[in-house]
Structures are given as structure tokens and as C-alpha cells.
Design a protein around this ligand. Structure first.
Ligand code: PLP
Length: 437
């Protein structure tokens, strides 16, 4: 039935039809169990979103409790209690000044909203020249057309190019693949941004960036200070900054938000994935009072933000998000990530000696291991080598789930993973890489 009726995302179905399908039946803690009863460590947090593990009593109760009241009511011109409380909580925990929450239901729609808000912000202020966006090489912001337009991963995005709006692309500071290392890469990024803003800043609405860690591009960690300097350049040139914290938000990098690591307050910030602890599809676009203010006018001025999805501000999703944030605070989990980060770093260190391990990148509990065919030359494995896919398949055989990004092996365990669990998972990860390479 699975192969007959389901079309899986980001999956070549011809290959899939020849595989032993993985069908998950239940979860408990950081383990997932398939229909045959086999157990797997959730080594990529079910695509980077699980925070507290699966089947968490507090989160289950929050949904059940809300379910007994109302499952959904619209946010178009009216409200519900969890949506109000969550918006207030987000204003409290996000960088200072982001006080207005606009809900949606996936990272991509959250990004779509940020892009449209940035565009309309300038138009509402009477500036119709600022229409374009700046993004970074290998950026990933989701799969809707606006989000793809500011995406820059050729494999995913090129086929759609003729139907997209054009964006400026500046280099991402990828120290491992820059002749000047991290400092050279950082300089190249800042120089490109400075030049672009000096020449075309008056036509640019916003820069969108995955702060501190570029996720789908290969878990690439920005050199220190880069984000802050980019934010300063944007401010100097009257260009909005959109921080896409969909992957990095809610403690994943060892701070509540990656922007906090460099004291940056963006004009717009998108959160999703971990917002509900990985339970339900809720995302949010946060705006500063300044951005919000540009939409605040007489109805006849047509400055309203005409955007909204049917399930926006869903009470079940907002209730579980509130419960997840409560656990995050009560259990001091963001602080906990810092200790876990060092533990994982120490455990993975030995992998550096392996002949095909090019670079191990880590920020908090976001880890990418780039495998290379020739370590001295930093020569990538070829597409045909399917190296990442083979390592992930071996990990699954050994009892851990992950999904590669090309030649980069991803390890993003749930934040709640204990040191013992991280110990086992890093061993399984190491064994999978050793067995395949
Ligand atoms: N932005 C970033 C940085 C992401 O990593 C992702 C998903 O991986 C998205 C946006 C898209 O989120 P969603 O899959 O919920 O649409």
C-alpha cells in the first residue's frame, strides 16, 4: 500500500520502490519503532525538529486538554487563547524588539510571509524601488515558490529557475572550501555584501540568512562575528534582515536562537520545526514594531497584510508549543545543549583521523560530517558514489536514523538525548562511517 499510494518528498521513487521500506509505528523517548518492532535512535530528530523525544506525557496532555476545548478556530480577525499566549511567549524569548507574531504552518510558509512582509513594508512606506532580495550561496529556505526564489541549492532549485523571481546571491563563508580558510571566507562574504549594498542597496528589500549554521547547504558554521557584521551592513544601507531560524531555533545551537549568539536582532525572524517540540506543524514569522507599524493604517489605504492560511494559529499546535517551551525552560535545556555539545565533540574527534573525513562541523547539537574522496586535496565524492546515502543506510542497519545532505552526514539528535544516549548514537555514527569508508 505504501508503495502503491504514497509519493514521498525528496525521494526518487524508483529507488524507493526497490528498498525495504521503513514504516514507523510508534515512538518513545528518542527511539522510533517500525512495524516489525525494530528500534531506531532518532539521530536526525525526524528532520531536525524533535526536541523532547516522542510520546512525551506533558506534550500529549497539552494537546488532549486543548482538544477538549476546541481543535481549531480561525485567526482571521479573531483569536484563540493558546495563539495569544504563545505570541506573548515568543515576544519574551526572541531577540529584543521582535514583538509581533504572524503564524503559519511550515518553515516555508513562514519564509514566504517574511518575504512578502519585507516587500510590502517598503511599498507601504512609499518606497517602490526596494523589490529584490539577497540570499547566500547554498541557502535553503523551504519549497514554496517564494522560498525557492531565495534558495540557492542548484540540485533542488535550478529546475524551477524560469518561474522564480531573481535574487542576488552572495557567497556563504564556507571556510573548509575557501583558499583563505574561515577568515578569508568571512572577508569574501562581507566584501560581496558591502559591494552589493553600495551599488544596489536602494533596490534591495531584504537579506535573508540562516544564522550561524547553514543547514541543508551542509551544516556549515559561520565564522564568528560574520552575522553581526552582516546585520550592521544591512542597517547602514537600509536593508531589512530576515533571520531564518527554522532549523536553528529553540536551543539547537546552544542559545535559544542562533541570532542570540551574536546579539543580533533581525527585522523579521522565522521559526518553525522545534517550535512545537516536533509535534505539530506550526511556524511563526516575528516582526519588529517598526515593520508592523508600516502596515498599521486606515483600511482605505490598503496597507493591510493580505495573507493568511486556513489553519493559521491552530490552537492544538499553539498549546503544544507552549508546553514544549515550558519544558525547555523548566529543564534548563538550552544550557544543557552546551554540555552535550562538548561531549559529542570529544566523542567525534577520533573520526578526524579517518581517511575520508574531510571536516566535522558542529554548533550545539547540529552536526555535519563532510566526507571526501581525497582528504589531502579535499576532493568531494562524486554523485555516483552515493556516499551519504550508503552511510545512512548502514546507520539504519545498526539501529540509528539519519538523512545525509549529499556527502555530508547529518547528526542532529533530539535536545533531550541523555549523555548515555549520545554515547551510543555517536558510536553508531562512527561505525557507519568506518564501515562504508
Ligand atoms: N528554512 C530552513 C533553514 C530549513 O532548514 C527548512 C527545512 O529544513 C525550512 C526553512 C523549511 O521548513 P519546512 O520544511 O517546515 O517548510
Amino acid at each position: 500500500m505504501n508503495k502503491a499510494y504514497l509519493w514521498h518528498p525528496f525521494t526518487q521513487m524508483r529507488d524507493y520502490e526497490n528498498t525495504d521500506p521503513l514504516i514507523i509505528e510508534r515512538g518513545e523517548g528518542i527511539m522510533l519503532f517500525d512495524v516489525q518492532g525494530r528500534a531506531y535512535y532518532d539521530g536526525f530528530s525526524s528532520v531536525w525538529l524533535n526536541v523532547h523525544g516522542h510520546n512525551v506525557p506533558e506534550l500529549n496532555e497539552a494537546i488532549a486538554d486543548q482538544l477538549g476545548r476546541v481543535a481549531h478556530s480561525t485567526l482571521l480577525g479573531m483569536a484563540n487563547i493558546p495563539a495569544i499566549e504563545l505570541a506573548a511567549k515568543l515576544a519574551e524569548i526572541t531577540p529584543n524588539g521582535l514583538n509581533k507574531t504572524f503564524y503559519s504552518d511550515s518553515g516555508a510558509t513562514g519564509v514566504e510571509i517574511a518575504i512578502k512582509m519585507a516587500f510590502q513594508y517598503w511599498s507601504n512606506r512609499g518606497n517602490t524601488r526596494k523589490k529584490t532580495f539577497v540570499t547566500m550561496d547554498q541557502a535553503y529556505h523551504g519549497d514554496t515558490i517564494g522560498a525557492v526564489s531565495v534558495g540557492a541549492i542548484p540540485l533542488y532549485h535550478e529546475v524551477f529557475r524560469p518561474m522564480l523571481f531573481p535574487s542576488h546571491v552572495i557567497p556563504y563563508p564556507y571556510g573548509y572550501r575557501h583558499t583563505g580558510g574561515a577568515p578569508g571566507a568571512k572577508e569574501a562574504t562581507l566584501t560581496a555584501l558591502r559591494l552589493l549594498l553600495e551599488t544596489s542597496g536602494d533596490e534591495i528589500a531584504a537579506l535573508i540568512v540562516e544564522p550561524i549554521v547553514q543547514g541543508a547547504g551542509g551544516m556549515i558554521v559561520m565564522p564568528s562575528g560574520c552575522l553581526r557584521e552582516m546585520a550592521e551592513l544591512c542597517r547602514e544601507h537600509d536593508v531589512l534582515l530576515i533571520a531564518d531560524e527554522v532549523a536553528t531555533g529553540f536551543g539547537r545551537t546552544g542559545a535559544m536562537f542562533a541570532c542570540d549568539l551574536e546579539g543580533v536582532t533581525p527585522d523579521l525572524m522565522v521559526v518553525g520545526k522545534g517550535l512545537t517540540g516536533g509535534y505539530l506543524p506550526v511556524a511563526a514569522t516575528l516582526a519588529t514594531d517598526e515593520v508592523y507599524g508600516a502596515f498599521h493604517a486606515d483600511y482605505l489605504e490598503r496597507k493591510t497584510f493580505f495573507h493568511g492560511h486556513s489553519y493559521t494559529g491552530n490552537p492544538l499546535g499553539c498549546a503544544v508549543a507552549l508546553a514544549s517551551l515550558k519544558l525547555l525552560e523548566e529543564r534548563n535545556m538550552v544550557q544543557g545543549v552546551i554540555a552535550k555539545e562538548s561531549f559529542v565533540r570529544r566523542k567525534l574527534k577520533a573520526l578526524e583521523e579517518r581517511p575520508h573525513v574531510g571536516e566535522i562541523r558542529q554548533k550545539g547539537l547540529m552536526i555535519g560530517i563532510e566526507l571526501v574522496r581525497d582528504k589531502a586535496l579535499r576532493e568531494p565524492f562524486a554523485w555516483e558514489d552515493r556516499i551519504g546515502v550508503r552511510v545512512a543506510a548502514r546507520a539504519r542497519e545498526l539501529g540509528m536514523l539519519t538523512r545525509p545532505l549529499g556527502n555530508v552526514i547529518v547528526f542532529i539528535p533530539p535536545l533531550a538525548s541523555t549523555e548515555d544516549e549520545l554515547d551510543v548514537m555517536t558510536d553508531l555514527l562512527t561505525a557507519s562511517i568506518v564501515d562504508v569508508t
